[in-house]
Ligand binder design. Structure first.
Ligand code: SAT
Ligand code: MN
Length: 614
């Protein structure tokens, strides 16, 4: 499609203005067709950027290797440029929007010379759903186009819904690598290699996204973290809904009763694994609606309905195996884009902890170097074969346990929210909040312990990641807590408090005195999900404690290898640990939000402390 076919006057003008600034050789409006996808792939393969994989083993799959400067989200270069600094909060890098636009406009001038400018009309959520939003991404990267084809819904249907004057979130992206006459990428991942010159900018007052210099993941696929979380969290605040960093799963009990649960977990806590869990409990079934993001709105019945705004999985490859996530391995067998994985002699992908050693004598690592093929799936002593943030981009519909209703435009009614982190001590296996506000308190103190090796913080220090939204909330986190509190209070004031999802805190990562995990996790987590399901059904399976509602002894049957004693410890109140937790929140954590922290959360802190002392 070309510019003149656009029916939306605002979109046409916007496209023309950006083309005039960026000076591409040509402009193409993406139509989302298979023909377009194949054509982009051909450009990438001809340019030496993509490698087709073995068609017998991975039909329709390609491997890409990015530049070593361009392998992950650039958090230090991610900006929330609200008019006032306080609106961005202590959780964001703030910078002045006027200055930032001035700087970036100069960077964008002529940045697409020698390239095609693609305009991608995309829908976050099923096209036309009341909960969905339309975005428009301008990019000079065919790699972004093919990834957006998988991760979002792209094309003419979206333009139809947009109509002549519909709202869209404008998303500007350039890899910042213009080409001289006759020059080609010639096998080198195009980007701005100086991290300090990359920008991932958000303008919450005008709902705009401007990205420059990176071609990787969330820096470049602007529908995901930039739109569906940072800008959507602002839209959700302004419009009274929720945009959350949550998986959505469907769970069916042995009687065939269904519930939907969402869960927010910081990175490296197994969100994708939980979304695709294979239960060990007989008769229970888990199906997937989404693995990363949930958008939720109240229905006329007072219940909260969730959609997955995405259409694909952008999953971390290392550590994924048939053992850790069978359904993810099934999902990536065809039509998948792999980035920064190893390439085996038989043209297949390989990564650390994939479950088997690499075949043959040699392997090509993510940097393109030939190395001896590892005989086991453990990380080689020197450098890893796959980058730790190597990814697969796979269509969600290829997941064997995708729920049939995953694209239902009205969404699925949510019964429970889960919050959790990686905590070696104190936090029980599962704990139901006493009230909505107590649940918001739980979400606000979510965090994971970090090892001394990972960061220059003392081992055992908890890094708080409230609601798993720390890098993704587009405004002041104190106000975000307040938004959650207000939604619950509004529901309660309308007499619909009973329809609100119940809130649970989970922790699969408790360790004993010998430093060994006390809970096997993975498929055995189905036991905890079953308890949560029954709680939501009103089953009398809990005891009320100072910190919340914990499983009654015997309510969760311990899996093999877990003694009744261990089970008891996992489901009891560690009074001293909790006193420390409360003191830490009061002294070192909550004060950073200043007067933006809702007072009721301090009340909650006081109440728990009083119960612990009582
Ligand atoms: O932000 S990305 O989309 O690159 C992935 C992530 O951090 O979860
Ligand atoms: Mn995520």
């Amino acid at each position: 499609m070309n510019i003149n076919e656009l029916k939306h006057a605002g979109l046409k003008k916007w496209t023309e203005e950006w083309a005039a600034l960026m000076q591409p050789d040509s402009v193409e409006i993406c139509d989302g067709t298979r023909e377009e996808y194949d054509r982009m792939i051909k450009i990438l393969v001809d340019g030496g950027l993509g490698t087709p994989l073995n068609p017998e083993k991975k039909p329709g799959c390609y491997l890409f290797r990015s530049d070593p400067s361009d392998v992950a989200r650039a958090e230090s270069r991610t900006f929330i440029a609200s008019k006032e600094k306080i609106e961005a909060g202590p959780n964001n890098n703030w910078t002045d929007p006027v200055e930032l636009k001035k700087t970036m406009t100069e960077l964008y001038r002529g940045c697409m010379k020698g390239r095609t400018m693609y305009v991608i009309p995309f829908s976050m959520g099923p096209v036309g759903s009341d909960i969905a939003k339309i975005g428009m991404e301008i990019t000079d990267s065919p790699y972004v186009v093919v990834n957006m084809h998988i991760m979002t819904r792209v094309g003419k249907e979206v333009l139809k819904v947009l109509g002549a004057d519909g709202f869209f979130v404008p998303c500007i992206h350039s890899i910042a690598k213009p080409l001289a006459k006759g020059e080609s990428d010639n096998g080198k991942w195009p980007c701005e290699p100086d991290v300090q010159k990359k920008y991932i900018s958000h303008f919450p007052d005008t709902y705009e996204i401007w990205s420059y210099g990176s071609g990787y993941g969330g820096n470049a696929l602007l529908g995901k973290k930039c739109l569906a979380l940072r800008i959507a969290s602002v839209l959700a605040r302004d419009e009274g809904w929720l945009a959350e960093h949550m998986l959505i799963l469907k769970i069916t009990n042995p009687e065939g009763k269904v519930k939907y649960i969402t869960g927010a977990l910081p990175s490296a806590c197994g969100k994708t694994n939980l979304a695709m869990l294979v239960p060990t409990l007989p008769g229970w079934k888990v199906e997937t609606i989404g693995d990363d993001i949930a958008w939720m709105k109240f229905g006329k019945d007072g219940r909260l309905y969730a959609i997955n705004p995405e259409a694909g999985f952008f999953g971390v490859a290392p550590g994924t195996s048939t053992q850790s996530n069978f359904n993810a391995m099934e999902s990536i067998k065809k039509n998948t884009i792999f980035t920064n994985c190893g390439l085996t002699e038989d043209n297949d992908i390989w990564w650390e902890e994939i479950g088997y050693g690499a075949p043959g004598e040699t392997i090509i690592d993510w940097k393109g170097n030939k190395r001896p093929a590892p005989k086991t799936d453990k990380k080689p002593a020197d450098e890893p074969i796959a980058h730790a943030n190597a990814r697969f981009t796979a269509p969600a519909r290829q997941c064997p346990v995708i729920a049939p209703e995953w694209e239902d435009p009205k969404g699925v009614p949510i019964s429970a929210f889960l919050f959790g982190g990686r905590r070696a001590a104190t936090i029980p296996l599962v704990n139901q909040s006493k009230s909505w506000v107590h649940g918001v308190f739980m979400g606000s103190i979510t965090g994971s312990e970090i090892t001394a090796a990972a960061l220059d913080l003392a081992a055992g220090t908890v890094r708080r990641d409230p609601f798993a939204m720390l890098p993704f909330c587009g405004y002041n986190m104190g106000d975000y807590f307040n938004h959650w509190i207000k939604l619950g209070q509004k529901s309660e004031a309308e007499g619909r408090g009973g329809e609100l999802p119940k809130i649970f805190f989970i922790n699969w990562f408790r360790k004993n005195k010998d430093g060994k995990f006390m809970w096997p996790g993975y498929s055995e987590n189905s036991r905890v999900l079953a308890w949560i399901f029954d709680r939501c059904d009103g089953k009398d399976n809990c005891v009320q404690t100072a910190i919340g509602n914990l499983p009654k002894p015997g309510a969760i049957e311990p899996p093999q290898g877990v003694s009744a004693e261990t089970m008891n410890e996992l489901c009891s109140v560690d009074i001293d640990g909790w006193k420390k937790e409360i003191a830490d929140v009061r002294k070192d954590y909550y004060p950073q939000y200043g007067d933006r922290l809702p007072k009721v959360l301090y009340d909650e802190l006081d109440a728990i402390e009083k119960r612990l002392n009582g």
